[in-house]
Design a protein around this ligand. Sequence first.
Ligand code: GLA
Length: 377
Amino acid sequence: MTDSKILHEEFRNRFGTDGMAYAAPGRINLIGEHTDYNGGFVFPGAVDKGITAVIKPNGTTVVNLYAIDLRQGCTFDIADPTGPSTTHFRYVYGVVRELTDAGLDVMGFDAVYGGDVPLGAGMSSSAALECCFAFALNDLFNGTIDKMTLARIGQATEHKYVGVKCGIMDQFASIHGREGALMRLDCRSGEYQYFPWHSKGYRLVLVNSCVKHELVGSPYNDRRASCERVARIAGVDTLRDCTWEKLEALKPQLSDEDYRRARYVLGEVDRVLEVSKALERDDYETVGQQMYLTHKGLKEDYEVSCEEIDFLVDEAQRLGVTGARIMGGGFGGCTINLVKDDLCDSFLKEIQQTYRTHFGIDCQPIPVVISSGTHRI
Ligand code: GLA
C-alpha cells in the first residue's frame, strides 16, 4: 500500500489542512473466474496492495482530486451531470453519484490518493479505487450504508460510468477481505464464508505477463452477453441454474461459441465446489489440478487467454508447479500459481528466463500477502 505519510504530506501542501486516511486492497482469486455475473461462486482474497487515500470534506459542493501516481488532478461539482472524461477520475465521480442516489448526503471534499496495484494485471485496481472512496465517503458523511451495498455501488460505477458490465467479485473482495483468509462467495445468494489460508507447504504466487490485449471493456461484455443469451434460452435467471442436462439438450439451438462459453461456466461452478472440499482436507494437489482445468476452459472455451499467458501456465506445469491459471478478466495480466515452498525460488528464476527468451520482455513475479479489506487507517 502507498505510504499514507506521503499522502498526508501532499494533502497538507495542497489543501493546507489534514485529512483522514483510508485504504482499500486489490484482490487475488484462487478459482471461480467469470462466474460472478453468472450467479456462481468465486474464491477471492484481499491482498497487501491497493489504494490509499487522504480525504477531507471541504464545506463546498466541489470535489478536488489529486492522483499522486499520475501527477494529475481533477475538479468537478457534485451536481455535475456528466463528470470528468478521463476514465481514471470517472471511477470516483461514479461513486459520488451512486452514493448520492443511495441517499447519502455527499458534499464537496478534497482528496489525494495513490496505489501500488499493478495496472492491467487483473488484480482489480479499479475496484480498490471505487471501494476506497465508497467506504471513506460513507464514513466521512455519516452514512449507514452497509458493506455489501458499498460493494454494489462500486460495481454500478463500472457499469454506468465506465462501461464494463463486471460482476461483484472484485468490489466484494476489496470491501470484505480479511487477513489470512480467502472467501467463498455465492454470487446468487450473496452468502459468503471465510476460509483461513493455512497453505501448509504451498504458496500462492502471481506472475505478471506485463501484457494487456484488451483495449476496451467490450470482449468482457461480449462474454457476459453470451452467457445471458444461453440463460434466456434455458429459461433461467443465470447460468448457475442451468444444469448440464439442460445445456446439452439446448446445444442444437445455440451457436457453437455460446455453447462453449456456457460449458466453461457450468464447469467452473463445479470446480469451485471441488476446491472448497479439497481445501477442507488440505488436499492442495486437487486444488492445483482444478486450477489447470480452469485455465484450459478459459483458454479453449471462454477464449480469454493469450499466447503469453498460455506460455506462463505451460511453463509452470513443466516446472512442476501444483496449479496455475490466468487470473481475473483475462486478455493478459497475471497468472496465479500454487507452488510448493521449496520449488518457489527456482520456478520464478526459470520462468523469468524462459519468458524473456521467448517474448523479449520481462514478466514480473508479484508477492502477495492475504490481507484485510477496506478500512480507515
Ligand atoms: C473482472 C470483473 C469481475 C470478474 C472477473 C472474472 O475482474 O471485474 O467481476 O467477472 O473479471 O472472474
